[in-house]
Ligand binder design. Structure first.
Ligand SMILES: [Zn+2]
Ligand SMILES: [Zn+2]
Length: 241
């Protein structure tokens, strides 16, 4: 009941936020704002890996992993947007949400991601589909952090969230210990769409962090199998190379 009376604190430095401020100022104080309101890196259009100055100078729009795939049409088109690289302090914020049950952070992270997508003027998705976690993990943790982010992102960009469109069909084992190719093999058919995606629907696939992009690709493949034609991947952070 009294929750609304407690002054909110800056997500980054914990200073109480007294004044009503617009936009992301509801979560972050003025002195911490540059940290999240920075000019974003130019990123690979397919996997959101930051493109260094050399690649930018050559006019590359995709990273060295995605460029050959896109050029040889070996992959279905995939678009990706993130707020930032997966570095401090954002990695700690995501850990607090993931393991610390800090739902206030989900509000901020979803709002941040929505703000970024609107700023970039991207084609908005019609529906949001969070990356699923396995039933065992859901039982253990009590919530799916990607679904929480999706809910607040959905409020920001006014789109519905469908948590059951995708399910995880099996546990993946120690994915982090595997190399790039093994990861992709391991992920084959790990996800399944639970319905036929209605024609013409653009899906926003939502996750907290993109590591190699292999999980996202596996989810996208499952959605495409179910008829999805247009998918935008949206994540708060991207692990740098
Ligand atoms: Zn602050
Ligand atoms: Zn890429």
């Amino acid at each position: 009941m009294g929750g609304a009376l407690v002054p909110r604190r800056c997500i980054a430095c914990q200073t109480p936020l007294h004044n009503k401020r617009p936009g992301l100022g509801r979560f972050v104080c003025a002195s911490c704002m540059p940290m999240i309101d920075h000019r974003e890196a130019v990123r690979c259009k397919r996997c959101a890996l930051a493109l260094g100055p050399r690649l930018q100078a050559f006019g590359w729009t995709h990273c060295r992993h995605c460029k050959p795939l896109v050029e040889h049409l070996e992959c279905a088109p995939l678009e990706c947007v993130v707020c930032s690289d997966y570095v401090a302090p954002f990695d700690q914020w995501i850990a607090l949400l993931k393991y610390g049950n800090n739902h206030g952070l989900a509000r901020f992270l979803g709002d941040w991601l929505g703000t970024r997508v609107l700023e970039l003027g991207m084609d908005l998705p019609d529906v949001l589909v969070p990356l699923p976690v396995s039933p065992d993990k859901l039982k253990l943790r009590g919530y799916n952090q990607a679904a929480l982010i999706a809910r607040h992102l959905g409020r920001r960009i006014q789109r519905p969230v469908h948590t059951h469109w995708l399910t995880k069909t099996r546990e993946l084992g120690a994915q982090a210990a595997l190399g790039r190719d093994d990861r992709l093999r391991n992920l084959n058919n790990a996800f399944r769409a639970t319905l036929c995606v209605p024609k013409g629907i653009r899906i926003g696939l939502v996750d907290d962090v993109i590591t190699t992009g292999a999980t996202i690709q596996s989810c996208s493949a499952a959605l495409r199998k179910a008829g999805a034609e247009s998918i935008l991947t949206m994540a708060v952070c991207r692990t740098p190379e």
